[in-house]
Ligand binder design. Structure first.
Ligand code: SF4
Length: 498
């Protein structure tokens, strides 16, 4: 299988390495899954290609801020020009929409920009950062202050660690610097690694005791509020306490995640670094996959948790009870599913990229292609298992290049395109749906994890197949965004192979 060699984390470093360096993750691939697997199975590394033209790329700072701004009792300083912080201002209102009756803590989200100007870029931004730290203490009295770096502070080489070291003795709040300069890596998952590195290095304390009923669940923002409510219900039934990290965890809760019985994933790629760092520094055990998506994977997920919490009996009981409720409804659903023999194009993060094809095949759909933002070498084993179960399909890795996906959709003409909510709509004559919602969505159908989540996801697919009218109207009424020349190209990676 994959020749991925894991390198241990050095938590004393200022930050985590970039994924393209440490793991050999790639951001450009196109071909059959069988060809991809043959290459890695014969010892070849995933091949790196730069694109000579990119329609979009991802900023590490934005990726980081999206994940950490919900850490409670903290203040987040975006150390850069004010424009780098523009995407973060609406979140307080968005998240406070979640009803308090649905276990939402009563939180404030405190976000500041150090407001670097052209003059600061010439003379350095350290004074502004010190000011921002002092202001956040006076204004919010937080328990932690997270400093997210930007391209500007990175280019100037501001000594963030030096500032933290010199100010920390006089400040009660924990200072947590995250190196997420926008340009630092071309693999967006590097942002999660940098965040995990900083949390474990600067915030998490050595365990004073073990909390045998505490389970860390690493939750990116695709874990919705409805997912949290459902997973919490299941954990409560078996006498365990889930702690979703880092989203919406309080500073105090994060401090003690070293005491958890196990760290469980909801996405193997997102949680990779945090799980390893917690294990290597504090001995917290973990398992990397599967994510609890679908019946089979959810069973395995809970059984894995049982191994570390001694809840084997309770978990078996839980599985029996939940399946007794869900399976008859699933069978009914399958009978009414009208998408049989339809084809599906899946664009998703790596957890869903292996789950959705299996589920779609189970519903009788043909899997045309799977697109992910990037490919991590360790995902190959799961892709192999999907390939063995459902046969060949195309794989495309593109760090947000809609023109490449548009080319594939135009060529393959799948009946259903299911994509990340932030990837937008494609002009095509077929159904279109988002895979998942965001963390503040508390509507019941936005729960896709665990047993009942499978039904919700099935209904979403069915609804999309039954009603393609929005896409059809757009297809008829709107001009195509690309010239015919692009669709006539044989190779969607034309710009990556030059
Ligand atoms: S300047 Fe850099 S850090 Fe700021 S938003 Fe743009 S890419 Fe991100």
């Amino acid at each position: 299988m994959s020749n991925f060699e894991y390198k241990k984390i050095n938590i004393d470093d200022d930050t985590s390495p970039k994924r393209e360096d440490s793991m050999g993750s790639i951001k450009a691939y196109s071909g059959k899954v069988s060809e991809l697997l043959e290459k890695v199975n014969t010892g070849n590394p995933l091949e790196w290609h730069n694109r000579s033209f990119e329609q979009a790329s991802q900023c590490l700072l934005t990726q980081t801020v999206n994940r950490i701004l919900t850490i409670r009792d903290s203040a987040l300083i975006i150390h850069g020009p004010v424009g780098c912080a523009q995407g973060s201002y609406g979140y307080r209102e968005i998240y406070r929409n979640v009803p308090i009756q649905l276990q939402r803590p009563n939180f404030q989200l405190n976000i500041l920009s150090s407001n670097l100007t052209e003059q600061d870029i010439v003379f350095g931004g350290e004074k502004k950062l010190r000011q921002a730290i002092e202001t956040s203490v006076q204004r919010y009295n937080p328990k932690s202050i997270i400093i997210a770096t930007s391209c500007a502070s990175g280019v100037m080489g501001d000594d963030i660690e030096g500032i933290v070291e010199s100010m920390q003795p006089d400040i009660e709040a924990r200072l947590i610097p995250i190196h997420c300069e926008g340009f630092r890596s071309q693999i967006s998952q590097s942002a999660f690694d940098a965040t995990a590195h900083a949390i474990v290095k600067y915030l998490v304390k050595a365990p004073e005791k073990k909390q045998k009923d505490l389970v860390n669940i690493i939750a990116p923002f695709s874990v919705t509020w409805a997912d949290r409510v459902e997973l919490t219900r299941l954990f409560t039934k078996i006498g365990l306490r889930p702690r979703f990290i880092p989203d919406f965890a309080s500073t105090d809760e994060l401090v003690e995640i070293s005491e958890a019985a196990v760290t469980a994933p909801t996405c193997p790629s997102y949680g990779f670094y945090l799980q390893n760092a917690l294990y290597e520094k504090f001995g917290v055990p973990f398992f990397r996959e599967p994510a609890p998506l679908g019946i089979e994977y959810t069973e395995i997920w809970f059984r894995n948790i049982a191994k570390y919490t001694g809840k084997e009996k309770e978990v078996e009981e839980l599985i029996k009870e939940e399946k007794a409720q869900v399976l008859p409804r699933l069978e009914e659903f399958k009978k009414t599913f009208k998408g049989k023999d339809s084809s599906i194009f899946v664009s998703a993060g790596q957890a869903r990229a292996v789950f959705i094809p299996k589920f779609a095949a189970e519903l009788g759909m043909n899997v045309a292609a799977v697109n992910t933002l990037e490919l991590d070498p360790f995902i190959m084993e799961e892709l192999q298992s999907v390939y063995e179960q459902i046969g060949d399909f195309e794989v495309h890795a593109s760090d947000v290049q809609p023109f490449e996906q548009s080319h594939m959709l135009n060529r393959m003409k799948p009946d259903l395109y299911t994509g990340c909510p932030f990837m937008g709509l494609y002009k095509r004559d077929g159904s279109h749906v988002r895979n998942h919602s965001y963390r503040s969505d508390f509507s019941i159908q936005s729960n896709q994890f665990a047993f009942k989540g499978l039904l919700n996801y099935g209904f979403i697919i069915q609804r999309a197949l039954n009603n393609p009218s929005l896409n059809k109207t757009l297809h008829e009424k709107r001009p195509t965004p690309y010239k015919d020349w692009w669709y006539e190209q044989d190779d969607i990676l034309a710009y990556a192979r030059q």
